[in-house]
Design a protein around this ligand. Structure first.
Ligand SMILES: [Zn+2]
Ligand SMILES: [Zn+2]
Length: 402
């Protein structure tokens, strides 16, 4: 049996051999961004690359045409490490969250671990998780994979995310709910007979005003943000139908539920004032707060440092974003490492970030991401204590928080 140092060196060499293919695919994804649940071309290329390098593929899993499971080791021996791939883009800014780098790092790690599969006491899967961004209804691919049982035989899950600094994700993220509101009124000629109409636009505007007042009574970490997705069609018709989508975020599932009910009351108040009828539903399954695993995070951090990365101190404890990786982290030890692809001057979810993914710094992040993920998977499979420590930590975190 080869030791971990030797295996890490072999995995690193394997990543270097496949580097041109990883970079080519990442750059191709930058030029061909696809929204969540529509990542057909990306999923096709990602799975083809994994298959070409030894992966055994199940495509279209968990009822999601663009989700996949790639088994990178011949046996299904436990423990199993899952390396997470995301590949959805954003409207207007393309890969402004850099998920092309997440995907290609995961592929590189999977291929590298396949190359040393015979020496690994355990197994490795790459899980292709669509629609992490909540830009589309029914996003949150990881939640569907959890429900489909695709994490049941997984002992730890790791991923990287591009960022504007190198850091291990030891902070949490916010619980996020997604709600769609529809207001039904009655059309009328806006000049000849406005008194005959029921103005659904008034209802949605009153709802936004109500939410703005509500913010004064919310804790600092709570976020409520919405858009009007349908505001009427012509100014000379009293709008008979309007719709809005909101995200409601808080530190805990309980607080998110409380705030959600308050936001619903704002919608009810708007509907009542205008005389409109309200319908509402959740259009995304809830994203849970991240429980980052510090034990695996320490191992991941050591590996990235060994690759020459300068890691920022992760003193941050509260997150402001949300991810469906949070749902995974409630079930099994999970951690995410952030890799710098540009400086803090680029606001996130921007074209600047998308462009940074195809620079030398972006390409370097794919290499350190793939290598760091492979090295951390090797630690998880070969260290006699790491997985036990990670499991104990998760059990303790859940006991304290819930
Ligand atoms: Zn994002
Ligand atoms: Zn992202």
């Amino acid at each position: 049996m080869k030791n971990a140092v030797e295996l890490k060196r072999m995995a690193s060499d394997a990543v270097k051999r496949v580097a041109p293919e990883l970079i080519e695919l990442s750059d191709w994804m930058y030029a061909h961004p696809e929204l969540g649940l529509q990542e057909f071309k990306a999923a096709e290329r990602i799975t083809a690359l994994l298959e070409r390098h030894g992966g055994v593929l199940e495509r279209g899993i968990a009822g999601l045409p663009t989700a996949f499971r790639a088994s990178m080791t011949p046996s299904a021996t436990r423990p199993t490490v899952a390396i997470i791939a995301e590949y959805d883009a954003l409207p207007e800014v393309g890969h402004g969250c850099g998920h092309n780098i997440i995907a290609t790092s995961a592929i590189g790690a999977g291929i590298a671990l396949h190359a040393i599969a015979d020496s690994l006491p355990g197994s490795v899967v790459v899980l292709g998780c669509p629609a992490e961004e909540s830009a589309v209804p029914n996003s949150g691919g990881k939640i569907y994979l959890i429900e489909g049982g695709y994490f049941d035989d997984v002992d730890a899950a790791i991923m990287i995310h591009p960022m504007n600094e190198n850091r291990i994700g030891t902070g949490t993220s916010l619980v996020a709910r997604g709600v769609e509101f529809e207001f039904f009124g009655k059309p009328a000629h806006a000049a000849a007979a406005p008194h005959d109409g029921i103005n659904a636009l008034d209802a949605v505007i009153q709802m936004f005003n109500g939410v703005s007042a509500l913010r004064q009574q919310l804790r600092p970490n709570v976020r409520v943000h919405g858009v009007i997705t349908h505001g009427g069609t012509a100014p000379n018709v009293i709008p008979p139908y309007t719709a809005a989508r909101f995200r409601v975020r808080a530190n805990t599932p309980e607080e998110a539920e409380q705030v959600l009910q308050k936001v619903v009351r704002c919608a009810e108040a708007g509907a009542l004032a205008a005389g409109a009828r309200l319908d509402w539903r959740e259009y995304i399954k809830p994203y849970l707060n991240m429980i980052p695993n510090r034990a695996i995070g320490r191992a991941f951090g050591k590996n990235l440092t060994a690759l020459g990365l300068d890691l920022q101190d992760s003193s941050q404890t509260d997150g402001s974003g949300s991810t469906d990786f949070g749902n995974v982290s409630h079930r099994l030890p999970a951690v995410e490492a952030y890799l710098r692809i540009c400086g803090p001057e680029a606001g996130w979810h921007s074209t600047e970030v998308a462009e940074a993914t195809i620079t030398a710094e972006g390409h370097a992040a794919i290499m350190s991401g793939a290598t760091g993920l492979a090295m951390t998977a090797i630690d998880l499979l070969t260290s006699p204590t790491l997985l036990d420590d990670a499991r104990a930590e998760l059990a303790e975190s859940v006991a304290i928080a819930f």
